[in-house]
Ligand binder design. Structure first.
Ligand code: UDP
Length: 410
């Protein structure tokens, strides 16, 4: 976990009132044990958020813990299929897949040390069956869904729903993801940490050194997508869009991404992307090791345009990160991205390769417009998607579980 920034260091970014509110709320949850469980400690948005959230909850007196389930390659192949199917992608899923999922679930039920504190906070489908242990563990169980389940494969959703309905509450990132459930539902958007290595200000010397390390031309406008190598992030579509722009504008494309330990598909996607990019020396495919937050930050800051051409997206923290850096963003109008970008105000939304190409071109050719969109985007993130707002929502969520139907007074 990265070095902790005490809450008071956030004051210059978000003002003192927000910090005071957090301390006030945290008086009510002091000493509570909140156990977070997910399936990977590195790579992807969930790990990104937990890394920042846990130390701040601890500073607020909450006994926040984070545990990661164990699983083999077979299990992660199945959960990746589930992930794709929940996003509405066609996947062949047989009984054997459900069996593999349940077997690993059984193993984790035996191995995972569950706290008997206040809340067990389960992230995403992989650890969902742990709820079978609820009688002998935490008082309240929350299922936190980070993915876009607005149009899920019914077979996978119905299988998971049997477990979800046994939680006390479910949390989704956007209103369009909520589903008919018998339990209470909360809408809580994710967030970024403005003080983390991923998002803090960097010196131009450091940014230049990163460009040099990856042999990028500091003089050429850079179009960048930072993402795990996943078909749903559409790296091939980004290359196609870039090539349409490249015909008219001398620029370079950077596709930067590492591998998440719970995504066996990424090696194949990376290889295909490399193959597709091989002919063009201005397309740079960078496999960045996990934990290279300063480098990702530098690449985002060095970009003229940041792209996120996802086919589906839970929230899209990479969009938040780019907006916070005041970058003009071109992103697909899917999932949580639409909460972040208002078309032509805080970025440009696109719905196709041609649309993406047109938008990238427009921003590269009109720097004043690009700058304005970036400024608006940064302000929108300041108001809505910083870690402090997220912390407050989580504290309220924990409290509300113990006050069903009551008004919580402070
Ligand atoms: N990320 C990273 N290195 C990479 C690729 C992604 O640090 O090589 C980070 C990225 O900066 C963001 C998160 O992983 O913070 C991805 O979150 P997002 O919500 O965009 O997508 P997810 O991977 O969760 O689908």
């Amino acid at each position: 976990m990265q070095a902790l920034h005490p809450l008071k260091e956030y004051e210059p970014v978000i003002g003192s009132q927000v910090i005071e509110e957090l301390h006030l709320l945290a008086e009510k949850t002091k000493g509570w044990t909140i156990q977070n469980i997910n399936s990977t400690s590195v790579g992807g948005g969930v790990a990104e958020i937990l890394n920042r959230m846990i130390p701040l909850l601890q500073e607020l007196g909450v006994n926040a813990r984070w545990d990661v389930i164990k699983g083999g390659e077979k299990f992660y192949r199945v959960t990746k299929k589930f992930h794709n199917a929940l996003h509405g992608k066609e996947e062949e899923i047989g009984q054997e897949d459900f069996d593999v999922f349940l077997e690993t679930g059984e193993m984790n039920k035996k191995m995972m040390e569950l706290s008997n504190g206040e809340v067990c906070f389960i992230h995403d489908p992989q650890p969902i069956t742990l709820v079978d242990q609820r009688e002998s563990s935490a008082k309240k169980w929350i299922w936190r869904c980070h993915i876009d389940v607005s149009n899920p494969n019914p077979r996978v959703w119905n299988f998971l729903k049997k477990y979800i309905d046994r939680y006390n509450a479910a949390v989704f990132s956007a209103p369009s993801f909520s589903q008919p459930l018998s339990i209470r539902q909360f809408l809580i958007a994710p967030s970024i940490d403005p003080l983390s290595d991923k998002n803090k200000e960097l010196s131009s010397d450091f940014i230049q050194s990163v460009l040099q390390k990856y042999q990028l031309d500091p003089e050429k406008p850079m179009v960048t997508q930072v993402s795990r190598f996943d078909y749903l992030k559409d790296p091939l579509g980004v290359i196609e869009a870039f090539e349409k722009v490249y015909r008219y504008i001398d620029c370079q494309l950077v596709l930067a991404g590492g591998e998440a330990t719970d995504d066996p598909e990424s090696t194949e996607v990376l290889a295909k992307t490399r193959e597709r990019a091989a002919q063009n020396p201005d397309i740079h495919i960078l496999a960045i090791p996990s934990g290279s937050d300063l480098e990702i930050n530098a690449l985002q800051r060095a970009s003229a345009v940041v792209v996120q051409k996802s086919l589906k997206e839970g929230f899209g923290l990479t969009v938040t990160e780019a907006l916070w850096k005041g970058k003009p963003v071109v992103a697909s109008g899917v999932g949580g991205i639409t909460l972040q970008i208002t078309h032509k105000y805080s970025g440009l939304l696109c719905h196709s390769v041609d649309g993406a190409a047109h938008a990238i071109k427009q921003l590269l050719q009109n720097s004043d417009y690009a700058k304005k969109l970036g400024e608006n985007g940064r302000e929108h993130v300041r108001q809505n998607f910083l870690l402090t707002r997220h912390l407050k929502d989580y504290l309220l969520l924990f409290l509300s579980l113990f006050h069903e139907g009551d008004i919580i007074r402070f």
